[in-house]
Design a protein around this ligand. Structure first.
Ligand SMILES: [Zn+2]
Length: 467
């Protein structure tokens, strides 16, 4: 058989879209929720179904990887393109977030198409992601019996619980992860028309702030006006960390001007923010102050009060309390350390505390690393060409405001390889929330972009792809 032509493969992938979506529907009907023991059997059932389908597709070595105490990963490969061809590893995850059924308009495990969107838990996070690669691989194999390069697939079963065993899988099955370039497909596009390439994550640190003034609660009618109220001191201390808009002002970082200029391309306008963040009428998003919203959400630290011991309605009494605490959850800029943020917060809050209360700070919960990546070199030029051919424009660089443990892990283990982070989510996906959905136009373009991406990466050769 002659080598299949790129346009013939792309045409076939487009004609097969209904079949590819039908396959996605079958997977979405399995509630593979990894945080819930009662669904572990579903995770395993789905893993077995995917393995069988990858084998039927013509991939080699389709297998379920197991480790003691872990939910499985599915692996498969096609390594027949020869030693001079690059090996592309494609990562996705098969497990799902739990669902609160009462908040869904449709059954979360019965895929339902309404307008241009497919509603189901996992439709975009992340089954649509790796199924879009399956659609591309299938078209290549059916059109000409071969892929243009070597391909490995890894589909994880524990991403939604923070990938606690993924590094153990990397250690136990190193050959399953061996590659020259990696495509990690679990990320978002800024809109159905603008593709995204994810290049940063924020880190996270939780700090417990405590104010203490008295050795016992005392009557406010007796002592009010003469002794400190720790609740007020706590609130005033927290407000020291923020500017007039309520944004974190301690620990802000410099962002390169070139990046900032590009960040205005990200279509995060007021209606998008309003809808995505469920802002009620009469309330506005924070003013951008001539800094792109993308920078505020992805490149600068932010603070959220996630717990307090302030008096509640249920335990209301006419007393000055002895002590008050809050847990401050601080998202870190991508290249900011938890230690440097802690030091900056401690300095700001322990200097001349309000009303002379005793202030103490401690690390609470976990601290997660961020990630900042510079997508440069031939592999990313290949990405630009694949997206220009299928979406009509190169992807815009985007970040993630939260942390994704598997990305930080791949960054640490394979940071010397090109890491291409793409996906099929968009701002209306509501991953992890109710009514999760996949935009069908994005899915079709993702399949086409994946067809092209394999050809573009193949053309660089095994050594050329690393730049
Ligand atoms: Zn995901």
């Amino acid at each position: 058989m002659p080598h299949p032509s790129l346009s013939a493969v792309a045409d076939l992938a487009a004609r097969q879209l209904p079949d590819t979506l039908a396959q996605l529907d079958r997977y979405l009907a399995i509630p593979a929720i990894s945080c819930d023991e009662s669904h572990f059997a579903d995770v395993r059932r789905l893993a077995a179904a995917i393995r069988d389908d990858l084998e039927a597709l013509g991939l080699d070595g389709a297998r379920v990887l197991e480790l003691e105490g872990a939910l499985p990963c599915v692996a498969a490969e096609w390594m027949r393109a020869g030693e001079d061809a690059p090996t592309v590893l494609i990562y996705g995850h098969l497990d799902l977030q739990p669902v609160e059924r009462e908040n869904w308009n449709t059954d979360p495990h019965v895929p339902t198409t309404i307008g241009d969107r497919l509603y189901a838990r996992g439709s975009a996070d992340d089954m649509g992601g790796w199924v879009s690669h399956m659609g591309a691989i299938r078209a290549w194999l059916e059109e000409g019996g071969e892929l243009p390069c070597n391909v490995r697939l890894i589909i994880e079963g524990e991403e939604e619980i923070g990938s606690p065993n993924l590094e153990r899988f990397m250690d136990a099955y190193p050959e399953a992860f061996e590659a020259d370039v990696m495509v990690l497909t679990d990320c978002e596009n800024p809109s159905p028309d603008v593709p995204g390439l994810t290049v940063s994550l924020r880190g996270l640190v939780e700090i417990e702030l405590t104010c203490e003034a008295l050795s016992a609660d005392v009557h406010s009618g007796l002592w009010g006006g003469m002794v400190p109220d720790v609740s007020i001191a706590l609130v005033r201390l927290i407000s020291r960390l923020t500017d007039e808009d309520g944004r974190m002002k301690v620990g802000r970082v410099e962002v390169p001007e070139a990046w900032r200029a590009e960040a205005w391309r990200v279509p995060l306008d007021e209606p998008t923010i309003r809808e995505g963040a469920h802002i009620v009428d009469g309330v506005a998003p924070l003013p951008h102050r001539d800094i792109p919203p993308a920078e505020w959400m992805w490149r600068q630290p932010s603070i959220t009060v996630v717990a307090t011991t302030l008096p509640t309605l249920a335990n209301k009494k006419n007393a000055l309390r002895r002590k008050a605490s809050a847990i401050l959850s601080i998202r870190l800029a991508p290249n900011q350390s938890a230690e440097s943020m802690f030091a900056a917060v401690e300095q700001a809050l322990t200097t001349e505390p309000p009303a002379g209360v005793k202030v103490s700070l401690a690390m609470a919960g976990w601290a997660g690393e961020g990630w900042l990546y510079e997508p440069k070199g031939p592999a990313f030029d290949a990405v630009d060409r694949a997206y220009e051919a299928t979406w009509g424009e190169r992807p815009v660089q985007v970040g993630v405001g939260g942390s994704i443990p598997f990305v930080a892990l791949f960054g640490r283990r394979f940071g010397d390889l090109p890491l291409i982070l793409n996906g099929v989510m968009d701002p209306r996906t509501t991953a992890h929330g109710p009514n999760e959905s996949l935009h069908l136009g994005i899915f079709a373009k993702a399949v086409a972009a994946n067809v092209h991406l394999l050809a573009e990466l193949a053309a660089l050769g095994k050594h050329g792809v690393k730049g």
